[in-house]
Design a protein around this ligand. Structure first.
Ligand SMILES: Nc1ncnc2c1ncn2[C@@H]1O[C@H](COP(=O)(O)OP(=O)(O)OP(=O)(O)O)[C@@H](O)[C@H]1O
Ligand SMILES: [Mg+2]
Length: 250
């Protein structure tokens, strides 16, 4: 029988804990240490932004937390489950059941329509096609794409493709939503609407949203901001300090 990881829970409400995680790409001259004993944590009910200059390790951190990239050292725990001890197949099951991922490059399936792309997470979790497509259509309406249901990614603008990717990440109501630059291709009004959707998802009980962003228009939605630099966490802003950070980046 397939494992059910959808009810695991850390007793203290921690959603994600990465403890001294190291990740190195390549070997010899082309070796890059992308994460240097990086520690990061976020809580249930939280919308948590990760900021920092290009190349500082943000996408790498998101990828190891989502279990899509193997790391070298350190421990990762998501909703109380230690990912270190799991096989690749178990991590895949855990991810399908719990995580929605919006990739920096969208990663839509080019041969599928908008509705079919958004249905994928529901189909992978065993929902019948008719149910999956009905829910996909509802989600696409929420992101303002009701008139693009049968289009393929190549027929959509960058911002529209990004909204399909957002709908796909949200459609199965995952407990953890991980977003890499979700508003980069969106105009202000659409970006604000998407951040409202993500904030609503984050604040539902037992759920959490982590967003990597360069977009200072998103900062006001944050409960916490982690600033990275050169593979390490430089500072975590919360409370009054967070307010000052947001004010100084307007
Ligand atoms: N597949 C890869 N192979 C080799 N090096 C990589 C790979 N992916 C990332 N890197 C390197 O690891 C470091 C961190 O990359 P990462 O993509 O995590 O940065 P980032 O903070 O997401 O940057 P950006 O804001 O530009 O998206 C960079 O120096 C990058 O060149
Ligand atoms: Mg990146």
């Amino acid at each position: 029988m397939k494992s059910d990881y959808s009810h695991t829970h850390a007793p203290d409400g921690t959603a994600v804990r990465a403890d001294a995680v190291t990740k190195t790409y390549g070997k010899g001259d082309s070796r890059t240490v992308a994460l240097k004993q990086t520690s990061f944590s976020t809580r249930e009910g939280e919308l948590h932004l990760v900021v920092g200059p290009s190349g500082c390790g943000k996408t790498t951190l998101l990828s190891v937390v989502a279990g899509t990239l193997a790391w070298d050292q350190g421990q990762i725990e998501v909703f109380g489950l230690t990912l270190n001890g799991l096989s690749q197949a178990e991590i895949t099951t855990f991810r399908r059941q719990n995580i929605g991922f919006i990739f920096q490059q969208f990663n839509l399936i080019p041969t599928l329509t908008t509705v079919e792309n958004v249905s994928v997470p529901l189909l992978l979790n065993g929902h019948p096609r008719a149910v999956a497509e009905t829910r996909a259509v509802e989600m696409l309406k929420e992101v303002g794409l009701a008139d693009k249901l049968t289009k393929r990614p190549s027929d959509l603008s960058g911002g529209q493709q990004q909204r399909v990717a957002i709908a796909r990440a949200l459609v199965h109501q995952p407990r953890l939503i991980i977003c890499d630059e979700p508003t980069s291709a969106l105009d202000s009004t659409t970006g604000h609407h998407i951040m409202d959707l993500l904030a609503g998802a984050a604040r539902a009980p037992g759920r959490c949203v982590i967003i990597v962003t360069h977009d200072n228009r998103t900062y006001g939605f944050a409960d916490r901001i982690t600033e990275m630099e050169d593979g390490r966490v430089k500072h975590v802003y919360a409370g009054p300090e967070l307010h000052t950070f947001i004010q100084s980046h307007r």
